[in-house]
Ligand binder design. Structure first.
Ligand code: ADP
Ligand code: GLC
Length: 477
């Protein structure tokens, strides 16, 4: 089956969060099962420089007000690509979502290019039977398919984060190459505006999101205004958990670490800790429980609950490292916390892939106190690296971490710590629970081993997506 993924990120070339990781791993896992999956992305300069270009599929004199555009064929290792090369939209500073003046036009162009490939195919005769869009950036793709002419590929939308919806003025309708009749509740209209994600969720043949619990939450209070639509479409909505790419995230093979280790050699994890402490400017205190967070600093990530607990952690003899960037208030507050507690609290404001790997290999506890978390990858990486995740029981965090209780310790299923209420106090209680277990090294190691042994492979999820496509009736395919 021919499948075209459409997305705005791809690790290691363009990544702001988990979407980039998933786009690198899932299509390859599906290809390993025999599906002909290719990926369409904007031709960001970082991609154009890094991948092997293989010629032009089509040239368009004008696309979505951004001037001339071309679709190029390219190849990343093990992954065929199409790149939408439109310099006015994609060759500029600020990252994939910077310079918001023409955000709508840029991602409408990407979505339209996907529908073009779905209808016409490429010069070599390859045509996708399924167009699979990821997040709001691709939300108009099912609309261009629905309102266009010619063969109609099946469409699937995956929600990686429903908090970002791409909502723009209805005045842009014709600039975005949408017909007047698209602006209805059955189409892209959302509270009088154009809703990219809304349109995608209304018009796609199938919808998925990245964990079963999040699939339920977004039909209830967690849908950011789209819960009614999703509840209506619940028969077409599926929660499929993300996995971990062990070619990138394996402590036995990780080139970023000063000492590599695995389940058979857990002792080799130890040297990573003083190395990390030195790099971060933390005291090389071998006995202090080391808590860390690696996260976009976004209110939904709940890092304010960590801020509430900084003094508590330090008073208990723990250390805290935070690696993140985003909300300037949160950045400032963490910087101040580090100044208040030199050597005990350290902060890196910015994005550093290598440092993220080193953190998972050094920390005792990875904090993920999200208010909402569609899936979350850091708690999965933490487990594989022998750091215990401490998470709020929401979305994918609820589905992938087994909290320590007398029962889960007895049957050896515990992999971390969970708390329910999004308050500093509740997080503090969970921190206390982690500190208590830390003083019991044998039990700590049991939980650590269970986490390291949990595979979170991509093969199961890849099969689940293929099964999902198979449920679409043939007139769609
Ligand atoms: P989200 O996609 O919502 O940001 P995920 O947990 O799914 O959350 O994915 C986050 C990804 O981004 C992980 O690969 C994590 O290691 C990485 N990451 C987040 N912030 C940083 C940072 N400041 N530096 C390096 N990697 C980061
Ligand atoms: C989003 C979500 C995150 C998820 C990632 C990959 O960015 O916030 O929870 O893991 O997408 O699906």
């Amino acid at each position: 089956m021919n499948i075209l993924f459409v997305a705005s990120e791809l690790f290691p070339y363009v990544k702001t969060g988990g979407l980039g990781d998933v786009m690198a791993a899932l299509p390859r896992a599906m290809r390993a099962l025999g599906a002909e999956v290719r990926l369409l992305l904007p031709a960001y300069p970082a991609l154009l420089e890094a991948v092997e270009l293989q010629g032009e599929v089509t040239a368009l004199p004008e696309l979505m007000g951004g001037g001339p555009a071309r679709i190029l064929r390219a190849e990343a290792p093990g992954l065929p690509l199409y790149l939408l090369d439109q310099p006015a939209f994609f060759d500029r500073p600020g990252g994939p979502y910077g310079q918001p003046e023409d955000l709508a036009h840029r991602f409408a162009a990407l979505s339209w290019a996907a529908s073009f490939l779905g209808r016409v195919g490429d010069v070599a005769g390859w045509r996708p039977e399924v167009l699979h869009g990821h997040d709001w950036h691709t939300g108009l793709m099912p609309a261009y398919v629905a309102y266009g002419e010619g063969p109609r590929p099946a469409t699937v939308m995956t929600i990686h984060n429903i908090a970002f919806q791409g909502r723009f003025s209805a005045a842009l309708l014709s600039e975005l190459w949408l017909p007047r009749h698209a602006l209805t509740p059955e189409g892209v209209e959302f509270h009088g505006d154009i809703g990219f994600l809304k349109g995608g969720l209304r018009l796609a043949d199938r919808i998925s999101t990245v964990s079963p619990t999040y699939a339920r939450e977004i039909q209830l209070a967690g849908g950011h205004g789209l819960e009614g639509l999703l509840a209506h479409r619940r028969g077409d909505l599926h929660g499929i958990l993300n996995g971990v790419d062990r070619t990138v995230w394996s402590p036995a093979k990780d080139a970023h670490l000063v000492s590599r280790y695995d389940l058979k050699h857990p002792g080799r994890r130890a040297p990573n800790r003083p190395d990390f402490q030195r790099r971060m400017g933390l005291q090389e205190d071998p006995g202090a429980p080391l808590f860390a967070a690696i996260s976009r600093l976004d209110p939904l990530k709940g890092l304010d609950l960590v801020l509430d607990n900084v003094d508590h952690l330090v008073s208990q003899g723990a250390q805290l490292a935070v690696i993140g960037t985003g909300d300037p208030h949160a950045e400032g507050a963490f910087r101040q916390a580090a100044q208040r507690h030199p050597g005990r609290v350290a902060v890196f404001i910015g994005y550093d892939e290598a440092l993220a790997h080193r953190t998972f290999a050094a920390a005792d506890v990875i904090l993920v106190p999200s208010r909402q978390e569609p899936c979350g990858l850091t708690q999965l990486y933490a487990q594989g690296y022998g750091a215990l995740p401490l998470v709020r029981r929401t979305g994918g965090l609820a589905d992938t971490v087994v909290g320590v209780t007398p029962e889960t310790l007895a049957d050896d299923t515990a992999t971390g710590f969970q708390f329910d209420w999004a308050t500093g106090w509740a997080l503090g209680e969970a921190i206390n629970e982690a500190l208590r277990l830390f003083r019991d090294p044998a039990t700590w190691r049991q939980v650590q081993r269970r986490g390291m042994a949990t595979e979170f492979g991509w093969e199961g999820p890849a099969r689940a997506y293929l099964d999902l496509y198979a449920t679409i009736p043939p007139e769609g395919i």
